[in-house]
Write a protein that binds this ligand. Sequence first.
Ligand code: AHG
Ligand code: MN
Ligand code: MN
Length: 330
Amino acid sequence: MMRQVTVIEHLLLHQKENPLATGNFTRLLNELILAAKIISRAVNKAGLMNVLGETGEINVQGEQVQKLDELANRVLIHRLQRAGVLCAMASEENADLIDVPDQYGKGKYFLVFDPLDGSSNIDANVSIGTIFSIYRVKDPERATLSELLQKGEEQVAAGYFLYGSSTMLVYTTGDGVHGFTLDPSVGEFLLSHPNIKIPKSGKIYSVNEGYSAFWDEQTRKTIEIFKTASEKTYSLRYIGSLVADFHRTLLYGGIFMYPKDSRDPKKTHGKLRLLYEANPMAFIVEQAGGMAIDGSRRILSIQPEDLHQRVPLFIGSSKEVQKVAEIYQN
Ligand code: AHG
Ligand code: MN
Ligand code: MN
């Protein structure tokens, strides 16, 4: 029988090379895993648990809050506040930083998350996910917003849970990218995709072309190269859940794009958020040998100024992302 390795076992096995594998980091990852199992259970039984549909609220992003968005957010905050290893948290669903009450103990980590990604797909039983990103803070006693807002390259770990045809965890601590599949019968995530590498080039491009009327000339040209490439024919795939679109891109290669568009009054960005979506995926893709840019800049080098800042995102195989960079350079 294949030897089955759990996430924590895997983390401990890599402990020698991984200074993060202290009790605190392991605790943090354990709490995230437990929260994700609870969310995964709710996702699996959504139609039976009265968690489909909207809550009627509008969140800080100006979007309708789904019942599952709220449930996932509540589960994560509840579990992680009690972990005793965080100094603060930030969620895509909360306008401000989420404090960690003193009674639970504070630690040196700052956790950022998108509790439920792909909300528009929930009611249709299409893959959705949870994205997380972890930073270390120099002085947890003085965890002001400007101390907490660090470049993506400062992340100490990032990952996502994908609630798809199976539930998976894919994460990196800067030592490659590793994928685990939840075995519901034993209740553990077991190593299924060790050391994932993204193909250098792929045959899929992924973008919401419905917005092409809102794109500028450069962006239109960019998408055009994938439709008219002479060396190969690209296929278009777009799920509308970043976690799922990204996961496919990671395994099959190709590119996922969410460019800037003129629905944004300043025309500087699209919909995706730097902290909750772009940075964690950029860390993972670079660790897997791929690239992530906003057109001209490396995503991980952008200094965030705001918790909910948005960025254009081009992410995937180095060959395809490089092509995009060339167009935006001219
Ligand atoms: P969220 O559900 O966390 O708000 O994120 C949705 C995001 C992302 O998952 C996806 O890539 C994108 O929205 C799809 O947006 P469009 O519907 O504008 O294409
Ligand atoms: Mn999202
Ligand atoms: Mn979300």
